[in-house]
Design a protein around this ligand. Sequence first.
Ligand SMILES: Cc1cc2nc3c(=O)[nH]c(=O)nc-3n(C[C@H](O)[C@H](O)[C@H](O)COP(=O)(O)OP(=O)(O)OC[C@H]3O[C@@H](n4cnc5c(N)ncnc54)[C@H](O)[C@@H]3O)c2cc1C
Length: 295
Amino acid sequence: MYPASIEQYHRPATVDEARAAYAAAGGEAMYIAGGMSLMQAMKSRVLSCRALIDLSQVSELRGVENSGGRVRIGAMTRYRAVAESRAALGPYQALADAADRVGDRQVRNRGTVGGSLSWNFVVACTPVAALACGASVSILRADGRRESLAIDDFLQGPMTTALSEGDLLLGIEMPVPANPASSAYRKWGVVVDALPTIGVAVFVELASASSCRNARIAVVGLPGGPARTPRAEARLKAADLGDPSSLAACAKAAAEECDTAADPWIGASYKSHLIERLCLEMIGTAVRRARSQMS
Ligand SMILES: Cc1cc2nc3c(=O)[nH]c(=O)nc-3n(C[C@H](O)[C@H](O)[C@H](O)COP(=O)(O)OP(=O)(O)OC[C@H]3O[C@@H](n4cnc5c(N)ncnc54)[C@H](O)[C@@H]3O)c2cc1C
């Protein structure tokens, strides 16, 4: 099926031009980033608009930067660029892990961090990784105000975010912690390198080689979209990182506090099993990566 006709196509060079183009279309416009999700929705006529505003030429929305104690990722940074920016991402390797395995090569060459967060599909990889990393989301509101929201407040349920009509997501940023820290993400899916059945992202900041100062764990593959697991996080903060049974108890706690639901391919209890296994593995990877920074 072909999309309903699109009367105008704009390719602004700055965020101000993008916002002006949106306003000029009188509320009948949509921003397009990589087009990987939006074009499917337009071709099937689930969505339609009079004007498309293509963000691909807005250079200020592109890139991964690590400076002044903060890691910033522009909304128009494509998955491939994120996956190739491990050095700049510092402790936020989970975002590179996620970007590295999104879809296939074509999707990674086109899809963007901002598109994924704005779309917030129920089982997407970037939102759950950003949730574990404790990102702040920068938004340019339609009325010109700039705002920063915690990712926990930005993600509001499947395909729902704190963005309102005409708002532009500018990017995300995270602080570089004072102590050795890292993160990891892995998904398991029925089809390799496609949307996850279950994915788990873990962030740790170490207090010592065997203890955590801070920990965040987020799971995707749940009916309500990505969610943190507060009880497992509390256990990880109190855990002896050198004790395998202590880490196994964290992973078990994560599985127990997630309400999984069966789908036509995978039963709920197997999904719980996946959460436990992936969580244990990602705790191990994040801790190993963080320890490698200790002298
Ligand atoms: C074959 C295939 C496999 C895939 N596999 C995976 C996978 O394994 N894991 C995964 O996570 N995802 C997967 N996806 C989805 C993919 O990640 C999409 O790229 C993503 O959902 C949308 O990003 P995009 O840049 O293409 O955004 P677009 O499709 O261009 O836009 C999506 C939505 O976001 C809005 N938007 C985009 N940018 C902004 C902005 N800066 N400010 C405000 N609104 C904005 C658009 O208006 C639109 O509503 C897959 C997609 C395909 C086609």
